[in-house]
Ligand binder design. Structure first.
Ligand code: CMP
Length: 199
């Protein structure tokens, strides 16, 4: 079944029971956790990505995080039974799910280290570089991150606060490591940007 969702639609919340897997045909999704004070964005997923497999495959587990569209999105939805059936008959898909889960674990490990070891500026730079790797589009004058990003979202991805992001982003623009046009970031020189934060 395929469904279209408007921007800003909550698809499910953490701790809910989950019975469906989602495949992104177009659009973009935030995977996030929050308490009453703040939100942590764990991942930004795009066309070709899937999510919702954890509650389906880990027995007795609920949704590990919440999911929301950040653009108008077309999603293909698979019921648990159909998903499990598909895995049984198609080892290639099973391997692909496993590989993706391991990549996500590897990234999560890196993020734990970043949050423990890096200062706020370096965490913000690391977040921009990560987004560039995942969502970058090559342009003549650098690599554009193909997402509209608010300072609050960058703060929620880097474990900082909006005011710090505003300060650091201004500084990065003044030093010409990045430029920003209508919330879209262009990384002009990834190597210099990396070095500037001691990474
Ligand atoms: P599930 O726990 O069913 O619901 C939330 C989904 O978000 C989860 O399945 C995964 O598909 C996805 N997810 C959870 N944590 C991460 C992460 N760190 N990176 C990418 N995707 C994640």
């Amino acid at each position: 079944m395929t469904r279209t969702y408007e921007k800003g639609t909550t698809l499910f919340l953490e701790n809910e029971d989950g019975e469906e897997l989602f495949l992104i045909q177009s659009g973009a999704i935030h995977i996030y956790r929050n308490d009453e004070n703040r939100e942590i964005i764990l991942a930004v997923l795009r066309e070709g990505d899937f999510f919702g497999e954890m509650a389906l495959l880990e027995s007795g587990q609920v949704r590990s995080a919440s999911a929301r569209t950040i653009e108008k999105s077309v999603l293909c939805i698979l019921k648990r039974r159909d998903f499990v059936e598909m895995l049984k008959v198609n080892p290639q898909i099973t391997l692909k799910i496993l590989e993706t889960a391991l990549t996500r674990l590897r990234k999560a490990n890196e993020q734990i280290l970043d949050l423990t070891l890096l200062d706020a500026r370096a965490r913000i730079v690391r977040t921009l570089l990560r987004l560039m790797e995942e969502h970058g589009r090559r342009k003549t004058d650098g690599i554009q991150i193909g997402l509209k990003l608010t300072h609050q979202q960058i703060a929620d991805m880097s474990g900082t606060v909006r005011e710090t992001v505003t300060k650091v982003m201004l500084d990065l623009q003044n030093s010409e490591y990045i430029s920003v046009d209508k919330k879209v970031v262009l990384v002009r020189d990834p190597e210099r940007l990396k070095q500037s934060a001691g990474l």
